[in-house]
Design a protein around this ligand. Structure first.
Ligand SMILES: [Zn+2]
Length: 82
């Protein structure tokens, strides 16, 4: 018999998590594919990066972990990897 009765403790996670960083509304909803050298360049020079889909944004504006990948970027990315 493998099943052992585990008491399920229901941890109520904070239902409405708001980080201090999310006060601005312009956080990208998607992850965009950006070339690595552009990210480095942006980090050094403070320039905006151009994603594969053509979206431009400062590298400081990162989508949050768990955000979906931008479908346009995904498509371009795939077409580049023939
Ligand atoms: Zn994109």
């Amino acid at each position: 018999m493998i099943g052992r009765v585990s008491t399920s403790t229901t941890t109520i996670e904070r239902p409405d998590v708001r980080d201090e960083t999310s006060t601005t509304d312009d956080t990208p909803k998607f992850f965009h594919y950006v070339k690595k050298d552009q990210i480095i360049d942006s980090a050094v020079n403070g320039r905006v990066v151009v994603a594969l889909c053509g979206e431009t944004f400062p590298v400081t504006k990162q989508a949050r972990p768990g955000s979906p990948v931008c479908p346009d970027c995904e498509r371009v990315y795939r077409s580049l990897r023939k």
